[in-house]
Every structure is written in C-alpha cells, then in structure tokens.
Ligand binder design. Sequence first.
Ligand SMILES: [Zn+2]
Ligand SMILES: [Zn+2]
Length: 225
Amino acid sequence: MAAPEKKLDKSKSGLRMIPVNGNDSSPFTLSEPPWVPDDECPECQNSNCRARFDFIRRRKHHCRRCGKCFCNKCCEDKSPLPRMCFIDPVRQCLTCREISRRETDFFDKHLKILMNGGCFTVSDSDVSPEEGSSFFCKISPNHRQLLFEGECDKHEPVQIEKIDSLQILTSGKDDEGNTIAGGLAICYKDSTGSSNVVQMVVEQGTNKKPGQIWIAAMQKVSRQK
Ligand SMILES: [Zn+2]
Ligand SMILES: [Zn+2]
C-alpha cells in the first residue's frame, strides 16, 4: 500500500498538506476549529491574563488549535501542529502548545515505529495466543488500518478507528522484576460490525525488543484518538 497522494491546501491559518482523497485522511487528524468572532472577546481568553483589547495597544490572535482569542503575549510562539496537517509551526495558546508538544512525540516517533511494523504470532480469541500464525504487522501509510502480512495465512485488516480497547498480554518478569509486555489483545469491530479480539504475541526466538517497542507505541494510539 503506497503512501497517500497529497496536495497543498491554503487555509486562513496557514499552508497544509492534506490527502487528495478524503478517504485517505489519517484518523489522528483534527479539523480546524471555528474562530471565536473578534467582537465576542473584549479581553484575552487566557484566564490568568485577561488583558483588555483595544485598537491601539493590543492585537488579537487566534489559537489555531482551539480557535480562542488571545493577546500577543499568550499566543506568541509558533509550534508544530501535525494533527491539523500544517506544514509550518502555527500560533497556539499556552495550553494547546503543551498538548501539541506531547503529540509531536507520537507523530514523530511512535507512529513511525507502528508503520515500520514487527513480527507477531497472531491469533483470534478462540485459540491460545501461542497457537497463532506468523504475521508481519504494521500500520498502513494513511494510518487507517492495522495490516497483517502472512506467508500462508490471511487476517482481515483492523480499522484503527474501530479499535475499542487494547490489553497488554504479559510474559513474565525481567531481571529487575518489571512485568514484560509480551503481546497485545486488541478488541475491535470487524467489517460486519461485530466485536472481535485479535491477539498479537511478540515472536519467540527472535530479538524481542522491536516487538515490545511496537506494542508500547500501539498503546499510545488509543490516547490520541
Ligand atoms: Zn488554544
Ligand atoms: Zn493574554
């Protein structure tokens, strides 16, 4: 599956790079908020600031993420906002900037790990996890599907938006007594709308580290949705 074709889009907030086909939009995308109209905010909407706006001294700025109205001091810095597909950093209020900063980690790091994929023993919930088949599992380039690539067996892709919950399957403890994440049980709705569980266990006998890192990244997915 190739990366989705993208095009430039100019919005009131800046240049964005969005998929040509709307069906290719990432489930982690946020749409741009409506802006609070200028005449509805006589003062900065940061409750710790509340500076009055007047024509001469203070210009109003809208936070690109929440759409609220702020004075320059409270909305000065520009930060990356990958969830709205902006190419360049955009103005954000202090609260939104902090949320976006945490998300950047997910987009720069965890999503890439998920797209690179890992080897897992995959089974449905009616068999024990060890009895599954070997698959290379990864998130599709448009972030919409979890794909299972097997040599002989097939498994239906899981739609990321149809994941209801994730549960970590543990496999003993390491030398320091920390529980080891050995796999993942994903509860999701399949293409017919019924609930299913797919179990993914890090392949035995291989270097387990990449699989465990993949599982840790997958856990972040549910927090982004
Ligand atoms: Zn904001
Ligand atoms: Zn302010």
